[in-house]
Design a protein around this ligand. Structure first.
Ligand code: 4NP
Length: 156
């Protein structure tokens, strides 16, 4: 089993969106038995909460299943449990490193560094633009799946 963890700050806007989009992509490719997906936040303000209404609305718009998404905090142990840890922005990557007490983290990647638009995923908690975030997260997730398929020699 290949394990993928998406990480943002609050785990209510971007990383649960990425979790749902990526799980949907994995399912469409018939790889659900091989790739497990989760998300977490480096902050603990929203632990136990469902995603932000804007995230739920955009997922619903694209008919992507968004059940059973509850915020949790990223922990040091996640570093060993997951094969790929995907931060949404540079500050997430910094926070992951801090929480992991600077353990080796070669599997930690900023999502859009996998695309031709290497930059932070804008946080719709502040921008209010869930559509823009959806487009960028979708693009990043497509690239991530291609990378994992290539690296892990995955076939259906
Ligand atoms: P997220 O957005 O990291 O994409 O889930 C945020 C959600 C909540 C807060 C910050 C960012 N907050 O400060 O409560």
């Amino acid at each position: 089993m290949i394990r993928v963890l998406f990480v943002c700050l609050g785990n209510i806007c971007r990383s649960p969106m990425a979790e749902a989009i990526f799980r949907d992509l994995v399912k469409r490719e018939g790889l659900s038995e091989k790739i497990q997906v989760d998300s977490a936040g480096t902050g603990d303000w929203h632990v136990g909460s469902s995603p932000h209404r804007g995230t739920l609305e955009i997922l619903n718009k694209y008919q992507i299943k968004a059940d059973e998404l509850f915020a949790r905090k990223f922990t040091k142990e996640d570093l060993n449990k997951f094969d790929y840890i995907i931060g949404m922005d540079e500050s997430n990557i910094g926070n992951i490193k801090k929480i992991s007490e600077h353990a080796p983290h070669s599997n930690t990647i900023r999502l859009l560094d996998l695309t031709d638009q290497p930059k932070d995923v804008p946080d719709p908690y502040y921008t209010g633009d869930f559509q823009e975030t959806y487009q960028l997260v979708s693009l990043g997730c497509q690239h991530l799946l291609e990378k994992i398929k290539a690296e892990m020699n995955l076939k259906k």
